[in-house]
Design a protein around this ligand. Structure first.
Ligand code: GDD
Ligand code: MN
Length: 399
């Protein structure tokens, strides 16, 4: 198994990709410190599935070597529940990779996931299963459709959850726009929809990977109420929010490069984001150079002269990163050194024009539209950035 990426078909006999072998459902239960929940979870899920699809399912607990020895309790339960399998991971950690590892050893034609803390009501499994039965490739339990909700979340957590969703919608409309609750960790997917897909195991939200990288056509959603946690505690900290941002950007950039998403948005979002990040790095270079050149404690050059040099060095910085990263995919011919030089001169001129535009827009907006200089400046910067991006895209890199 290659590091960094996980392929669902790894570790599986190829025959398992066929629909008429193995069992119907493999339900993965990722756990970390769920000692007080695991027995109830297994008991309730087994009871339910024994009625729905007797012997045609398996439960796979994937535990990350919990210090409370959840894996040991789960292992003990296998005596009583023959459909239960337990994986104790000692080298790897993380929710998404736990789910993927579970699916890798799964034998089901349908792959599912459910939390191991009873916050996902087990009854919903019935509807998820019938959604798949009726032809969906993916059945998602959702808090945001009829019958869905959260029991008693604080205003802060609701806000963070919705904010994360809106941000994701802006960055990845083609992925997050397809379901009402893209943060759900309770769903089932047909194996064949993700067999062979390379899923990135970073972060908490595996559903984004499934929709973004799988071949998912029909999706159905089932409402559910996210219950209160009875035992143990949530593992979500600020770190998961950072990881989520990282995940979104990563998915955005990689899908953007394959060109799939661009068909839907018409605008090269990934490239624009990279261009914007490079621009931001230029601000820091400009600031640092201005300090080095003009500060009384350093070189103490006159301000205007310092600014011109600082600005040019920032432009050089930006050009370098844009050429090496934002537009790394230009043709071989365009990589010759005199082509690069030509591009650099064009980039300089266009950025200079951008600066003039920046000043013009600032004055225009400030005097006639919004009499707040900082808001006006933000608008001016946005206009200049789009100008810089678009004109350089068309004239300098010509992609
Ligand atoms: N193996 C493993 N490794 N399991 C983990 C890890 C890990 O690093 N972190 C968390 N888990 C397990 C927990 O034990 C639990 O069974 C499940 O994953 C969910 O973790 P919680 O910490 O209880 O998450 P939550 O309830 O705050 O968050 C949930 O938010 C969604 C709603 O937006 C998500 O995890 C979703 O599943 C849920 O639908
Ligand atoms: Mn939980």
């Amino acid at each position: 198994v290659p590091t960094g990426v996980l392929q669902i078909s790894d570790l599986l006999p190829t025959s398992m990709d066929r629909d008429n072998e193995g069992i119907h459902l493999s339900l993965v239960i990722p756990t970390y410190k769920e000692r007080d929940n695991i027995q109830n979870v297994i008991r309730i899920l087994s009871q339910l599935l024994d009625e729905l699809i007797p012997k045609d399912y398996e439960l796979i607990v994937v535990d990350d070597d919990s210090p409370d020895r959840t894996w040991e309790v789960a292992q003990f339960l296998t005596r009583e529940y023959p459909q239960l399998r337990v994986m104790r991971r000692q080298k790897e950690k993380g929710l998404s990779s736990a789910v993927i590892r579970g699916w890798q050893v799964a034998r089901g034609r349908v792959l599912g996931v459910i939390d191991g803390d009873l916050q996902h009501p087990p009854e919903v499994l019935t509807q998820l299963l019938s959604g798949i039965q009726q032809g969906a490739d993916l059945a998602v339990a959702s808090r945001h459709v009829e019958g869905g909700g959260v029991s008693s979340w604080s205003a802060v957590r609701r806000f963070l959850s919705r904010g994360a969703q809106v941000l994701g919608l802006i960055l990845l409309p083609g992925v997050l726009g397809r379901v009402s609750d893209p943060m759900s960790g309770y769903f089932m997917v047909r194996r064949r929809a993700i067999a062979g897909a390379i899923l990135n195991p970073v972060g908490y939200k595996i559903l984004l990977e499934v929709i973004g990288r799988g071949q998912v056509n029909e999706i159905t959603e089932v409402g559910y109420v996210f219950c209160e946690r009875q035992e143990g505690e949530s593992k979500v900290t600020w770190k998961q929010y950072i990881e989520y941002l990282h995940h979104l950007l990563r998915l955005r950039l990689s899908i953007g490069r394959s060109g799939r998403m661009n068909e839907q948005t018409g605008f090269p979002v990934g490239r624009f984001l990279r261009f914007g990040l490079v621009g931001l790095s230029g601000v820091f270079v400009d600031m640092a150079m201005l300090y080095l050149l003009s500060d009384p404690t350093t070189l103490a050059l006159p301000l205007t002269r310092s600014k011109i040099i600082a600005g040019e060095i920032a432009i050089l910085n930006n050009f370098f990163w844009n050429d090496a990263w934002t537009f790394a995919d230009v043709s071989k011919k365009q990589q010759e050194w005199h082509q690069r030089l030509k591009r650099f001169l064009k980039f300089n001129l266009i950025c200079l024009a951008g600066l003039i535009l920046n000043v013009l827009v600032l004055n225009l907006v400030f005097n006639f539209i919004i009499p707040n200089r900082y808001i006006a400046n933000l608008i001016a910067i946005a206009v200049a950035t789009i100008w810089n991006f678009w004109v350089n895209l068309k004239l300098s890199w010509r992609v």
